[in-house]
Design a protein around this ligand. Structure first.
Ligand SMILES: *Cc1c(COP(=O)(O)O)cnc(C)c1O
Length: 338
């Protein structure tokens, strides 16, 4: 769709830092592309391990965190095994699990879009999933998971617990802390991506941190040389720009708060977000979600229309854009509703 303001896929509003692009081009000019890449992405893994204060043997990299999720399902899922998710959540969990012949069990979030301990216990004790997907902060609701819930999942699960932290940099809590504890859990996988905070959705790079026995199993399953040499360089260089990225996270969080406040002032229901997007719902029968979505599109602003998705009736999700884009989004909504 050809629109001026694209706030529908949770990408970063800015390209990566200029200095990053300059250094990337320099390093790429020295690559030997006639050769296969480092099969284990050892330098990139080491850089990520350093960033998260874990051992390189506890890091696995892939083509986007979606490929990490797929690798988890290929390695530990398959026919006769159950995957659990808590709806509404990121649709790829059930889609990828089904594509590896898993049976998918969908629990339900409460009215605040949180996973309750009761619901977690019901799903895990009844179905004994081989893989349980939690998403913190959750897409499309922006709500983070509590550490106690993840702890409980690790206690009662006989399978793996995956915590998808695609938006982890925006959250107050990270499940990586469990993996850095003196006696880390043996069944926890935390996934991350370069697609959002790192402004590199186009590079298709993601990774996970997990106990080394799990990473060893992944390495048996993935295709040889699945992470190309260009991407390995890009990922490694990006990690030299952590302070710049932290600053961007602060700026985007401030803009997100501005959007949340403006939406509340317009009488819209807003779920407090710890990510770079905001879920909201109109309770005004004159302006149902669908209609707001269309009116925004008339003004060349595209947001994600979740209004017909299960458990998200009437909801729209807006990605935090540049300050100017956000102002235009807010201005358009004020014009529509006021
Ligand atoms: C965007 C997103 C991803 C990222 O997927 P990539 O394949 O790394 O681009 C993963 N999980 C969630 C919940 C997301 O919203």
């Amino acid at each position: 769709m050809d629109v001026e303001i694209r706030l529908n896929t949770n990408e970063a509003p800015e390209p990566p830092p200029e200095m990053f692009m300059k250094r990337l081009l320099e390093e790429l000019s020295k690559l030997h592309l006639n050769r296969y890449p480092d099969r284990t992405s050892s330098e990139l893994r080491a850089s990520l391990a350093k960033l998260h204060k874990v051992d390189p043997s506890e890091v696995f990299v892939a083509n986007g965190s979606n490929e990490v999720l797929q690798t988890i399902c290929l390695t530990f899922g398959g026919s006769g095994r159950v995957a659990a998710s808590f709806e509404p959540t990121y649709a790829m969990y059930s889609q990828i699990a089904r594509s590896t012949q898993m049976k998918v069990v969908e629990g339900r979030r409460d009215e605040h879009y949180r996973v309750s301990v009761n619901e977690l216990e019901r799903v895990l004790e009844t179905y004994e999933p081989a893989i349980t997907f939690l998403c913190s902060p959750n897409n499309p609701t922006g709500t983070p998971e509590r550490p106690e819930l993840i702890e409980r999942a690790l206690e009662i699960s006989s399978g793996l617990v995956v915590v998808d932290e695609a938006y982890g940099q925006f959250a107050k809590f990270t499940a990586l802390d469990f993996l850095r504890a003196p006696e880390p859990p043996e069944s926890l996988i935390v996934t991350r991506t370069f697609s959002k905070t790192w402004s590199m959705a186009g590079a298709r790079l993601g990774y996970c941190v997990a106990p080394s026995w799990i990473i060893e199993e992944f390495d048996k399953v993935v295709l040889p040389y699945h992470v190309d040499a260009i991407k390995q360089v890009a990922g490694r260089l990006a990690l030299d720009f952590v302070p710049e990225m932290d600053e961007r996270v602060d700026r985007i969080s401030a803009e997100r708060n501005k959007i949340e406040n403006a939406l509340r002032e317009l009488g819209l229901v807003v779920w407090p977000s710890e990510a770079n997007f905001v879920l909201f719902r109109s309770t005004n029968p004159l302006f149902p979600g669908n209609l707001i979505w269309e009116y925004l599109l008339d003004r060349s602003i595209l947001v994600r229309n979740c209004s017909s998705w299960p458990l998200l009736e009437g909801c729209l999700r807006v990605t935090v854009g540049s300050p100017n884009e956000n102002d235009r989004f807010i201005g358009a909504l004020q014009e529509i509703i006021a």
